[in-house]
Write a protein that binds this ligand. Structure first.
Ligand SMILES: C[S@@+](CC[C@H](N)C(=O)[O-])C[C@H]1O[C@@H](n2cnc3c(N)ncnc32)[C@H](O)[C@@H]1O
Length: 237
């Protein structure tokens, strides 16, 4: 799978991509991440990519010309254009169903904003899928792009040691509930015991305990998940 990241700050990425599962997926050829500096598409002699907003107000706005030129050039670099994802707090909130859908593509192009965001004509011309990672404001789309890559990569065959493990995760699998409580050694710590049933080796009993625990946690902490349509989440890309 190929990710193209369009950003004004490409140097943000190598550290995170160079560790753990992501590094293994990249080194093993399962994933390719191509970084593109939007500034290279500026035709201004000072490589300007942002300007003051018409109508006044604080901050700067990302200019339409370099962004559109960059997106159009990058999308033609590979036979598979893939979805163009604009990271924006005004987009559809990302959820696990949305991540699963994104993971079915061969390629995803991720457009990161900065400053006060994008000139509106970028959205109108390119018609991207607009994704938010939550109702709060980041300084830029880079962390949001990294969130998408991190979450999608987990789902690609061959990335996790045990393919079943992503099916057991919270928001995943057939029922999309919170995952059950997990324990590892020691059996007792500061008076807190591991539930006896998990030590007994009866797989049927363990499965029932986990199902019940998962349902109780979801009801207590995330009852909203129980009302969510199961098949496709709430209509992410
Ligand atoms: C400071 S924000 C701009 C926010 C914009 N003024 C608004 O209120 O909608 C700069 C950039 O960070 C990214 N960003 C900020 N919060 C985000 C979020 N919750 N999800 C995805 N991207 C986000 C977007 O790419 C955005 O263009």
């Amino acid at each position: 799978m190929r990710f193209d990241i369009l950003t004004l700050f490409p140097d943000i990425f190598p550290g995170y991509l160079g560790q753990s599962l992501l590094k293994r997926a990249i080194d093993g050829g399962l994933v390719q991440v191509c970084l593109h500096d939007i500034r290279k598409w500026s035709r201004d002699k000072h490589l300007k990519v942002d300007d003051r907003p018409y109508g006044g107000g604080p901050g700067m706005v990302m200019m339409v010309e370099p962004v559109v030129a960059c997106v159009e050039a990058v999308r033609t670099q590979s036979a598979e254009a893939g979805p163009l994802v604009m990271l924006t707090p005004q987009g559809r909130p990302l959820d696990q169903a949305g991540v699963e859908r994104l993971s079915r593509h061969e390629r995803i192009v991720l457009l990161c904003g900065r400053y006060e965001g994008f000139d509106e004509r970028i959205r109108l011309l390119l018609e991207p899928e607009e994704i938010s990672i939550g109702d709060y404001i980041l300084n830029g789309g880079e962390v949001a792009a990294m969130v998408i890559i991190d979450a999608v990569i987990r789902l690609l065959p061959g990335v996790l040691g045990d393919a079943e493990s992503s099916q057991c995760d919270s928001f995943s699998g057939a029922n999309r509930l919170l995952e059950f409580a997990q324990f590892t050694r020691p059996r007792e710590y500061r008076g807190l015991q591991v539930p006896e049933i998990l030590l007994g080796g009866d797989h049927g009993e363990i499965a029932r305990w986990r199902e019940e625990n998962s349902r109780r946690r979801t009801e207590a902490w995330r009852a909203d998940l129980l009302d969510k349509p199961l098949e496709e989440g709430r209509g992410n890309p």
